[in-house]
Design a protein around this ligand. Sequence first.
Ligand code: B3K
Ligand code: ZN
Length: 862
Amino acid sequence: MTHKPQAKFLKDYQPPSHQVDHIDLKFDLSPQKTVVTANYRLTAKNQTSTVVLDGVELKLLSLKVNGEVHTDYQVTDTQLKINDIPDTFELEVQTEIAPELNTSLEGLYLSDGAYCTQCEAEGFRKITYFFDRPDVLATYTVTVIGDSSLPYLLSNGNKVDSGQLENGKHFVTWEDPFKKPSYLFALVAGEFDLLEDGFKTKSGRDVKLQIFVDKGNLSKAPHAMESLKKAMKWDEERFDLEYDLDIYMIVAVDFFNMGAMENKGLNVFNSACVLANQETATDRDYHIIESIVGHEYFHNWTGNRVTCRDWFQLSLKEGLTVFRDQEFSSDLGSRALNRIDAVNAIKTHQFAEDAGPMAHPIRPEKVIEMNNFYTVTVYNKGAEVIRMMHTLLGEQGFQKGMQLYFDRHDGQAVTCDDFVNAMADATGTDLSQFKLWYSQSGTPKLKVTTQYNVDQKQFQIEIEQLHAAQDPVQLPLHIPIAIELLDADGERVEVTHPEMRDGRVIELKDVKQRFVFEQINEAPIPVLLEDFSAPCTLEFDYTTTQLCHISKFASSDYVRWEALQQLYTQQIRAHVESGADKFEISSDLSEVLKNLFENKPEDLAILAEYITVPNFDSLSASYEQVPVEALCKAIDSLELQIAQILKVHLTAFYFGTQDSGSISAGDVAIRALKNKSLYYLALIDEDVSEALGKQADSTNMTYKLGALRSAINANHNLADELMSNFDKQWNHDLLVMDKWFALQASNKSDTCIDTILSLFDHPCFDKSNPNRVRALVGTFARANPKQFHREDGTGYKLLADLISELNQPNPQNASRIITPFLSFKRFDEQRQSLMRAQLERLSRIENLSDDLFEKIDKALNL
Ligand code: B3K
Ligand code: ZN
């Protein structure tokens, strides 16, 4: 590779050279020449006569020190170094930027004519020269000037002034009284429709709530508004945290690199994470919107009021806020379903990240491009680490820890250690060994053996923790392991153990530990790592009979689901190993499946999860070399058999159950199970043509999409017609078309790649829009293993071509979709060499971004 960017290391952290208490910003907006004037006072913390500020792609117009033009400075591609300055001085720096030409969607850019910003992690430096690092906290006053085509001029905090200017333009001035780092700065300017509401906080303050959406989309904003109010209430009730400004704004934009951004008082959202009505959004979309609106709102305390000292500490705010949004969803909806979601994310994506070249601890130690570290490890494993503390301390202890954390650190930029220290000090718990979860990468494996002694009525569980060899220092972790013992009748065996918490959690601290349970009258069946109490893999030789027993009698829906997943995994493994053309599902499992329908759980959505087979990615994690064809075949074959076994039940349910068209949990569950039923029935039965057609005509998007997915997956002869009708009906709504692009990309048939290539010319497709790219190419590479891993390498070429095209205009998006290539070493020789060739080709791109460099370099050199 031609250029080698420099990595930054956690160990090299240095506090900032200067302090800035307040910054005054003025924006005179124009697509090609926006002039930004920044005024702030700098105070040196140590004796120095120079200051170095961050700045990228800026045209410096003028520089004044204490009101006088200053000429002693140097500008590089990334910095402004000002020499010969006093200890304390007023800086005025004027820069020019071109939002219209900013395709990276970082800094100030235009999204379909609306100005908006994205500053996390290091985008503020594309706006003006400043200390663009999270530990420099200041209050902001922002004046935005725009012409009459931009009726709304928004920034963080409270509106303090507005008016007309002589040149026909108008201005609005905003003041944010809370100190914040530059990454939380936001500006939005444009024409929108506005949904307004209000919230009275528990102390009686009135907060104005505003959601800005593209003209014509107002009817799709109420769900986000309801979600926001629920989040505000929940945070008061569960965490005793109240909102602090008088106004909370959310703006939905179409061009956005991720889901949403928690800028203080002015969240910017990807429109896909705001807009919903029953005709355009699925039940899943409704759920995701609620959880993301909650997540960004919860950041107001965990992230904004207390922020990160440096970017290596990202999990301080993200792991904690994901934990909080998971709890929000679980308190409002089904805890089991939410747990299944969270565990699936870990097993499907995080374990794969741990096993690949981008493996990093939840607090990384070395980073080239920070945007590459908004990962499932930092976010989702980070949340599991917080959850383990919650398990160890209990809800009350955990809340005491949160309280102390805010008492100590409100208004500060702190570290993950500060958080754990608050948890430990508030509860008098020793969490020193627990802190290793922050510095060690990789997925620990728990190897368990058990023994029952009839004479002594003793049951022993021996647990050994094993760590991947890839990291040099792997010390034993402090791991909470929840267990449950079941007797032959399926009753829960009461266990007591001197070191057990709440009758269910034992703590593993050594490499190997033995736990002895007394007074156990018969050999029990252990449920291990219940509720996925730690982000580990489990090695224990369950027999099919034992797993069937657990799936029948476990005390929680989650455990039942987990047992079924293990059963499916066992069946698939056996089939892959046998190499046989056909396999027959075990009769025990077949009985369990029928039983599930004969004694349906109250929550039908759980039943839909029970009969969902693990996906390719989570299954492939347990193979040293991923057997692509055999695995795809085994999954198909298992699904076919489930469909056959349950045919009568699925038919009865599908044709005999009606929802009432609401978004209540009950209706959502009915739709989930009906869709699952249709999916299976379509696999084995042509007779569902009428049902497919009828359901595809539904005005409910969950049903409509369910029908299309079933038709495509089963290669049904109606599929083309249904897809084409959908296109005609919805090509005016790009967010809806993303669902259609994703379906096209998940088509397992051999025409898929040609279809995708032709869809690049579809009038709705646009490579500069991250949502479109993710829907069509992201889905293909992530969720269509059969076609992506084609032996002729055309799947790999398709992905690499697009990455190469996106490298310059949008490095973040290019870097996000490269993930499927990173684990190339886990495939057979032929596929390895095809993927390696694409990575090598990418490595030679001119102007390769730091984002891609970091991942490709790691993948090729590890
Ligand atoms: N904090 C933002 C993510 C920023 C990503 C920068 N590449 C959204 C969130 O986690 O809430
Ligand atoms: Zn977040």
